[in-house]
Design a protein around this ligand. Structure first.
Ligand SMILES: *Cc1c(COP(=O)(O)O)cnc(C)c1O
Length: 341
């Protein structure tokens, strides 16, 4: 039985077309700034996000971390939603790498309220850490793949600006937001100082992320990338896959979103599963079971459906992606029914 893998949208394999693009990539030593494919990717990302410059990095974690390093000094504070990726899934990097203190803020499906941001900014006083940066996430992973409504995003950014904060956007799945909301990714990114995007999530590239932003910040991020060991040599091999993904795998995210809705609607009919289908905005389905999440992940895995726990005690996350078809969705629901019978 071939497993149906919903653990993440990172599990995809490069397509034949992407492998051809990789094979044919023109390359050079990118640490010397001589890889034409990396330079092309960086220019394309900057343009697409409406920002001045961009930097290719190995991972989304590194993109977020070089951004935080470029914005903050040791002893500064970053405001971020309590379920954010930088807080939960980056190995404690914010304090470990930069000596920066995160202040978690309450969210609704990962989205902040302007008044909560305003209240969290500390006054300029020697007793306080310096509140320096607001870091947002779109789509929000632990929020269930939720999309920031543009007006709400703008309102939160306005509050941060008035308080003199810089703004970073963790846009690992920003193109899912673009496709779901029907507005360009630049609509959000332009409001920020730095925005990260991942090519190895829904876009199906094997490796790679980018950080875009103001030219001075990207220059500093390039220095920090080297410090972290992220200066790569003939990285055009990887950038070619990212360029291919931008050309061929963005619009098709709509299929992943349709598959997620299909999955949620079918699971809502299965006894012992609770799914709020109305809350499926992009490519994630959060299903609640009568049993502990870890037990469910093991049970479903035994029936050829791979999932991950989602944070809640009984919540399991299922993510749709490039390597899953509508037929896989239907087959997975049949397997889940058998597992629970
Ligand atoms: C996956 C992800 C990242 C980056 O993860 P890497 O595995 O380091 O590429 C960053 N932010 C969010 C919201 C993510 O889902």
């Amino acid at each position: 039985m071939k497993p149906i893998d919903f653990r993440s949208d990172t599990v995809t394999k490069p397509t034949a077309g992407m492998r051809r693009a990789i094979a044919e990539a023109e390359v050079g030593d990118d640490v010397y700034g001589e890889d034409p494919t990396v330079l092309r990717l960086e220019a394309r990302v900057a343009e697409r996000l409406g920002l001045e410059a961009a930097l290719f990095v190995p991972s989304g974690t590194q993109a977020n971390q070089v951004a935080i390093g470029a914005h903050c000094r040791a002893g500064d504070e970053v405001l971020t939603e309590a379920g954010s990726h930088i807080l939960h899934y980056e190995g404690g990097a914010v304090p470990a790498l930069w000596g920066v203190q995160p202040q978690p803020l309450p969210g609704e499906r990962g989205l902040l309220k302007p008044e909560d941001v305003a209240a969290a900014v500390r006054e300029d006083n020697m007793h306080n850490p310096r509140t320096r940066l607001l870091s947002l996430e779109n789509t929000h992973n632990r929020g269930g793949g939720s999309v920031w409504p543009v007006e709400r995003f703008r309102a939160v950014v306005d509050v941060a600006r008035k308080a003199g904060l810089a703004v970073h956007l963790d846009g690992a799945r920003l193109f899912n937001a673009e496709v779901a909301a029907g507005v360009p990714a630049s609509t959000w990114a332009r409001l920020t100082d730095t925005t990260s995007v991942c090519f190895s999530k829904g876009l199906g590239a094997p490796v790679g992320s980018a950080l875009a932003g103001r030219a001075d910040l990207i220059k500093e991020a390039r220095r920090l990338r080297k410090r972290l060991g992220g200066g790569m040599r003939q990285a055009g091999i990887l950038a070619a896959a990212a360029l291919y993904a931008l050309d061929h795998h963005v619009e098709r995210l709509a299929e992943d979103h349709a598959n997620a809705r299909r999955l949620a609607a079918a699971l809502a009919e299965v006894p012992g599963v609770k799914v709020d289908a109305a809350r499926v905005e992009t490519n994630m389905v959060f299903a609640e079971f009568d049993r502990p999440a870890l037990e469910m992940v093991t049970l479903l895995g035994g029936h050829g459906v791979l999932t991950n726990p989602a944070g809640g005690p009984r919540t399991v996350r299922l993510v749709t992606h490039l390597d899953l078809s509508a037929a896989d969705i239907d087959e997975s629901v049949a397997r889940i029914r058998r597992a629970l019978a």
